[in-house]
Design a protein around this ligand. Structure first.
Ligand code: NI
Ligand code: MN
Length: 226
């Protein structure tokens, strides 16, 4: 698995010869100015919830790449109205086997609506199992007890968790979440993009160290192989 970071909560995962893009939001992100959106490839686009900082470039990239979008039923309906038809709907607790591996939609304690106010179902996250590895992308979420089920059932090899506070978990809560899901390596997301979520990187890293968990903060455009 190769994970490439495009800023905020957007990243791609190359696995089983396919490219999975998560929560596309590039052009609206000042910090991601160095990323050329037209250089981003996707066979699948996974969308955790409707908020603009996760869907800002969804329609553009879905049309450009013709990727299959994996999202809630309600986001599928909204996408269909935008002319995007290549969509696979999931709901919390359900999974589906795709050609690259399996995706299960997980619980997230967060809200969800599209930028125009359209109801977007519930917010979620994704558990991706492919190439004998498990990746957990929590989406925007507060710390919650449901995460313990992931630790019992599918401890991930890598977890991508929000650490920016205000709208989601902070680093201390995310370090505790890593314990709940029984995962020793976290990539931090959803921090620094705008004022409310600017964080001290060193302090965040120390919260994870204390919990015995490795925190990776990728540069925008950077990547890591696991
Ligand atoms: Ni959100
Ligand atoms: Mn968000």
């Amino acid at each position: 698995m190769k994970i490439t970071y495009y800023g905020h909560s957007c990243f791609s995962v190359q696995v089983s010869g396919k490219t999975l893009l998560f929560d596309p939001f590039i052009r609206g992100n000042e910090l991601a100015k160095g990323i050329d959106i037209n250089g981003i490839l996707a066979d699948y686009i996974l969308v955790s919830h409707g908020h603009d900082d996760h869907t800002g470039d969804l329609v553009y990239l879905a049309n450009k790449t013709n990727a299959m979008v994996i999202c809630s039923w309600e986001i599928m309906l909204w996408l269909n109205n935008q002319g995007v038809k290549n969509v696979h709907p999931l709901n919390v607790g359900g999974k589906h086997a795709f050609d690259f591996g399996t995706v299960k939609m997980t619980f997230a304690s967060h809200s969800s609506s599209m930028g125009d106010g359209t109801y977007a179902g519930v917010a979620g996250g994704f558990l991706v199992q492919a190439e004998n590895k498990t990746l957990y992308y929590s989406g925007d979420t507060g710390l919650n007890q449901e995460m313990k089920l992931i630790g019992e059932m599918n401890p991930p090899d890598i977890a991508l968790l929000p650490i920016g506070d205000n709208f989601t978990m902070d680093a201390a809560d995310a370090a505790m979440a890593a314990g709940f899901i029984n995962c020793k390596h976290v990539i931090g997301l959803h921090y620094d993009t705008f004022g409310f979520i600017k964080i001290n990187h060193q302090a965040a890293t120390e919260k994870f160290e204390k919990a015995g968990v490795k925190l990776t903060l990728l540069n925008i455009g950077g990547h890591i192989a696991i």
